[in-house]
Design a protein. Structure first.
Length: 71
């Protein structure tokens, strides 16, 4: 929600509206692009990598350490 609010807030800057807005438009576009990329990476890439590492270990991340060594 925070990233979405920031993207919406940066939209007028990215469009270059207002007096001298064309100078700040590239900055607004870069900020929006970075937020979209970071949000996508956080919501999709990180869980996929975690899942792959979790499967490779073969253990349960939620079990206490003592329970894993008891077997």
């Amino acid at each position: 929600m925070t990233a979405l609010a920031m993207v919406i807030g940066m939209t007028p800057m990215a469009l270059g509206l207002g007096e001298g807005g064309e100078q700040n438009a590239p900055l607004g576009r870069a900020v929006i692009g970075g937020l979209v990329f970071a949000t996508t990476a956080t919501l999709m890439f990180v869980p996929v990598v975690f899942s792959m590492v979790h499967k490779k270990r073969g253990g349960s991340a939620t079990a206490p350490l003592e329970m894993q060594h008891a077997h």
